[in-house]
Write a protein that binds this ligand. Structure first.
Ligand code: HEM
Length: 140
């Protein structure tokens, strides 16, 4: 004879398990390919209009940057892509990117996600995935 309390606890566990399993991955919550492309395009616009950081991109092949960042965000957020670009260290060494530059770019990214009405929780989930990269990108 199974005690009702144990049965209840077990059902609760099952329910909790299911609710986690049915939560779409971040990639989906960001709007999949279309949403991520829009984030990257929005970020390019922000960079272009941000006098604090635009100079870093003066000699950059923007179409490659766009393609690589799209792949990277797709893979990081659990989407069906594989990032084929350089490591963050390789691609940012020599640009003397400061923490203030890093913050400026992230500020632009947040603006874009706000405009796309991405929930605060999902914005934070993406930012949390990017945060550990700062040590390979900024030199101080
Ligand atoms: C969340 C932080 C960042 C991420 C995820 C990121 C990601 C990337 C990616 C994927 C590339 C392309 C790599 C390749 O071509 O193989 C790239 C290149 C580049 N990034 Fe970043 N980046 C970040 C922050 C920054 C910041 C803060 C700056 C400067 C303000 C910056 C400046 C550049 C430049 C100038 C290039 C092009 C390098 C070149 O022309 O070869 N990045 N980044």
């Amino acid at each position: 004879m199974v005690k009702p309390g144990i049965l209840f606890g077990f059902s609760l566990l099952l329910l909790l398990g299911c609710s986690t399993a049915t939560q779409p991955v971040l990639y989906q919550r960001l709007g999949a390919d279309e949403g991520i492309s829009a984030i990257v395009d929005g970020l390019l616009f922000e960079i272009e209009h941000d006098a604090r950081i635009v100079h870093h991109f003066a000699d950059t092949d923007i179409s490659r940057f766009r393609a690589m960042l799209t792949e990277q965000l797709c893979e990081l957020s659990g989407g069906p892509c594989r990032y084929s670009g350089s490591t963050m260290q390789e691609s940012h060494t020599g640009f003397n990117i400061t923490l203030a530059d890093y913050d400026a770019l992230v500020e632009g990214l947040i603006k874009v996600m706000q405009r796309q009405q991405i929930s605060i929780a999902d914005q934070n989930a993406l930012l949390a995935l990017l945060a550990p990269m700062y040590k390979d990108i900024s030199y101080r």
